[in-house]
Design a protein around this ligand. Structure first.
Ligand code: F1P
Length: 623
C-alpha cells in the first residue's frame, strides 16, 4: 500500500499499475490500453476472473500518485473541485423555474446511464413536489435503450440537432456530454453547439481520459476532431464557462469495454455531484466533505458487492454453461431492471452475441423506465421488455439449458417475485437471484425455498437526511451493475470470446470500433499499422486483393461493409499470424472450438516469429 494516500479507504485499493508508467502502450488512451491486472483473463477460472475484475473495479478509487505521471483521479483535489463547481451551476438551474434544464447525453451505455440518472433526479424532485428539470439524449434514440445502435455515435450533426430540440425555449442549460473514451462524435457535435451559445449553455464533458488522449482522428464531414473540441472546452475551464470532469480510472478489464469501469465511474461522478447540488439546493453549501461523504458510500458498495465473490463466480460459471446452447434472462424489479437491460444489450456489440442470448426485462416495461418515446414493443421481437412479455413470449420455450436471474430488493413485491420464480422453475432449475436488503430485513423462507441460489446483499442503514434513500438506490444499482458486468464478461471469457484481455469478436459498427480492431490486431500480431489495416480490410471484404476502389473508401464505407460480416477481427488475426489468405483463416476460425482457441493455435504454429507485443507489454500504434 502506498504511504502517500490522503484518504482512508473503505476498500483496499491496489497499488499503482504498470499502465501508469511513462511509455506503457504510449499511443493509446487509458480507456483503450490493456490492463496489466487482467493480462491472463482468458486463462482464468471463474473465481480468478471475479478477483481480477474486482481489483480492476477497485482502481476507480485509487488515488493520484505524485511519483508517477500526473493523472487526475477520483479523489484528486482538481476533480473534487470541478465536481463542486458543476454542482453549484446545477444548483442555479434548479432554482430557475422556467428556463432551467439539465441535459445528460451519451452513446450506448453512456446514453442508458443518462436515462437512468435523469429519471433518478426527476424522481428526487418529484418527492419534493417540484417539476422535472432533467432530460436525457441517447444517440440512435430510444430504440438504443434495448438494442445496440453503434453507428449513430459517429454523427456530430445529429447530436447537435437533438440537443437543440430538447432545449427549445430554455435559457439556462447545463449540458453534460458523457463519452468515457472522450471519443464520440455525437457528443463532440453537442459540445460544439454549446460553445457557440455560451449565453444559454454550460457545457460539461464527462469521461475517463486526459484531454491529451482524447480521440484525434478527423470526424468525417465535420470541422474538428474530438480532441480539438475538448481542447476548446478546456480553455473555458478557468473562466467557469465550461468544465471537463475526467478522472483516470485505469484501463478496462476487457480492453476498451467502456461499459464497465467507464460506466461505473460515470454513475459515481454524476450521482455524487448531482446529489450534492440538490443538497446545496436546501441551503447546505457545496463542500469537499459533502462530496467525500457520498463517494465513500460507493467504495462501501464495492466492498459489500465483492464480499459475495464466491457466489458471483458460481453465477458466472452457470451463465457460461447456459450460453453454450441456451440463454440468460435477467428479470429485474424497478431500476435494477434497466441495469439488467444495460448489461444484456452490450453483449451483442462486445461479444458478437445474438440479441436472444442475453436479454433483460423490467417490471412495468416502458412505463417504468419512463423513456421519451414510450412503448417501443411494436418495433420488433427484441423490444418487448416487461415481465409480462417475458412470461408470454419467452417462458414457453425456456428449458433446462437456459438460466434465469431475478434481481430485486426486499422492498419490492415479494409475492409477485415468488410467483414468477415458481413459473420459471417449472421450466428450468437454473434460477438464481440477486437480492438487496437493508440491515434488519430478511428474505422470507418461502422465497429461499423457491430460489436456493441467492446472492444476498445487505446494505447498512444510512443516517443521511433525505438523500439517504437515493444513496441506497444508487449503491444497489452500481452493485448490480458490477455483478452483471463481471458475470457477462467472465462468462464470455470462459466461452473463449476473449484473447488475453482483448475483446476479439466484436462488431465493427462505427469508426471507434474500426480503429480498435486495427489496434488489437497490431497488439496481438506485432505487425505494422499498414499491414494490419490491409489485412483488416481483406477480412471485411473477403478478398485477398483489394481494388483501388475499396482502398479509397472512407472509414464509414469500411464500417458499412463490416456491418454484414461476422468474425472480421478473428479472421484477420489468424490470417496475419499464419500468413495465410483470409479465406483459409475464416475456415480455420469457423472450425475452431472457440475464437480464442483459433488464435492460440495460430500463435503456436511452428516457425512463426514471435510478435513484438507477445509478453512484452509494449504497444502498437493505432492512430
Ligand atoms: C460509448 C459506447 C459504449 C459501449 C461500446 C461502444 O462509449 O457506446 O458505451 O459500451 O463500447 O461505445 P463512450 O463514448 O462513452 O466512450
Amino acid at each position: 500500500m502506498r504511504g502517500t494516500r490522503k484518504y482512508q479507504h473503505v476498500i483496499e485499493t491496489p497499488d499503482p499499475g504498470k499502465w501508469e508508467l511513462a511509455g506503457y502502450e504510449e499511443s493509446l488512451p487509458i480507456s483503450e490500453k490493456s490492463n496489466p491486472i487482467t493480462r491472463e483473463l482468458d486463462k482464468s477460472d471463474p473465481s480468478q476472473l471475479v478477483q481480477l475484475l474486482r481489483d480492476c473495479d477497485a482502481e476507480i478509487f485509487q488515488e493520484e500518485d505524485a511519483n508517477l505521471i500526473h493523472y487526475h483521479r477520483l479523489y484528486s483535489e482538481s476533480v473534487l473541485q470541478t465536481m463542486g463547481d458543476i454542482a453549484k451551476r446545477v444548483q442555479e438551474v434548479l432554482k430557475d423555474p422556467e428556463g432551467g434544464l439539465v441535459v445528460l447525453s451519451g452513446c450506448g451505455t453512456s446514453g442508458r446511464l443518462a436515462l437512468l440518472l435523469a429519471n433518478s433526479f426527476n424522481l428526487l424532485l418529484k418527492g419534493q413536489h417540484r417539476a422535472p428539470r432533467y432530460c436525457y439524449i441517447m444517440s440512435g434514440g430510444d430504440r438504443s435503450i434495448v438494442s445496440a445502435q453503434e453507428s449513430p455515435e459517429d454523427d456530430p450533426h445529429v447530436g447537435a440537432q437533438e440537443l437543440e430540440k430538447v432545449c427549445e425555449g430554455k435559457k439556462n442549460v447545463v449540458f453534460v456530454g458523457i463519452s468515457c473514451g472522450l471519443s464520440a462524435p455525437f457528443i463532440a457535435g453537442q459540445l460544439d453547439l454549446c460553445m457557440r451559445h455560451l449565453d444559454v449553455y454550460l457545457p460539461v464533458l464527462v469521461g475517463c481520459n486526459p484531454v491529451s488522449m482524447a480521440r484525434n482522428d478527423p470526424i468525417e464531414g465535420w470541422h474538428s476532431s474530438f480532441r480539438q473540441v475538448a481542447e476548446r472546452l478546456q480553455a473555458l475551464h478557468e473562466s467557469h464557462k465550461g468544465f471537463i470532469l475526467n478522472p483516470a480510472v485505469g484501463p478496462e478489464a476487457v480492453s476498451g469495454s467502456s461499459r464497465m469501469k467507464g460506466g461505473s465511474a460515470t454513475k459515481i461522478l454524476l450521482e455524487t455531484l448531482l446529489l450534492v447540488a440538490h443538497k446545496a439546493d436546501s441551503n447546505v453549501p457545496v463542500t469537499e466533505k459533502c462530496l467525500l461523504e457520498i463517494l465513500r458510500t460507493y467504495e462501501r458498495a464495492h466492498k459489500v458487492t465483492y464480499s459475495q465473490s464466491k457466489k458471483i463466480a458460481a453465477l458466472m460459471k452457470q451463465t457460461a454453461t447456459s450460453l453454450q446452447k441456451g440463454h440468460l434472462y435477467i428479470l429485474g424489479w424497478g431500476t435494477l431492471g434497466l441495469v439488467g437491460i444495460m448489461a444484456a444489450v452490450e453483449c451483442g456489440p462486445t461479444f458478437q452475441a445474438d440479441w436472444r442470448d442475453v436479454r433483460g426485462f423490467v417490471t412495468g416495461g416502458y412505463d417504468s423506465i419512463e423513456n421519451k418515446e414510450g412503448d417501443l414493443s411494436s418495433l420488433g421481437p427484441e423490444f418487448p421488455i416487461s415481465h409480462e412479455d417475458f412470461v408470454r413470449n419467452v417462458l414457453p420455450s425456456v428449458s433446462e439449458t437456459d438460466a434465469v436471474l431475478l434481481i430485486f430488493t426486499l422492498d419490492d413485491e415479494l409475492n409477485q417475485i415468488e410467483k414468477l420464480a415458481a413459473l420459471v422453475k417449472e421450466k428450468t432449475s437454473n434460477i438464481q437471484c440477486i437480492s438487496h436488503a437493508t440491515a434488519g430485513q430478511y428474505l422470507p423462507n418461502s422465497l429461499k425455498k423457491t430460489i436456493p441460489s441467492i446472492i444476498g446483499m445487505t446494505w447498512p442503514i444510512l443516517f443521511l437526511e433525505y438523500e439517504g434513500t437515493f444513496i441506497q438506490k444508487f449503491q444497489r444499482e452500481l452493485s448490480t451493475k458490477w455483478i452483471l458486468d463481471t458475470v457477462t464478461s467472465g462468462a464470455y471469457a470462459l466461452r473463449g470470446k476473449i484473447f488475453r484481455n482483448f475483446m476479439v469478436d466484436f462488431k465493427i459498427t462505427n469508426s471507434k470500433l474500426f480503429h480498435r480492431a486495427a489496434s488489437v490486431l497490431q497488439r496481438v500480431t506485432g505487425q505494422s499499422q499498414q499491414r494490419c489495416t490491409e489485412v483488416l480490410l481483406q477480412s471485411i471484404y473477403g478478398e485477398q486483393t483489394l481494388s483501388e476502389q475499396i482502398r479509397n473508401r472512407t472509414i464509414a464505407g469500411h464500417v458499412g461493409a463490416a456491418a454484414s460480416q461476422d468474425k472480421v477481427l478473428p479472421v484477420a488475426i489468424v490470417s496475419l499470424l499464419r500468413n495465410c489468405a483470409v479465406q483459409e483463416a475464416r475456415s480455420r476460425v469457423d472450425s475452431s472450438a472457440s475464437i480464442r482457441a483459433a488464435i492460440e493455435s495460430s500463435l503456436n504454429v511452428p516457425g512463426r516469429k514471435r510478435g513484438a507485443e507477445e509478453g512484452s507489454g509494449s504497444e502498437g500504434r493505432s492512430r
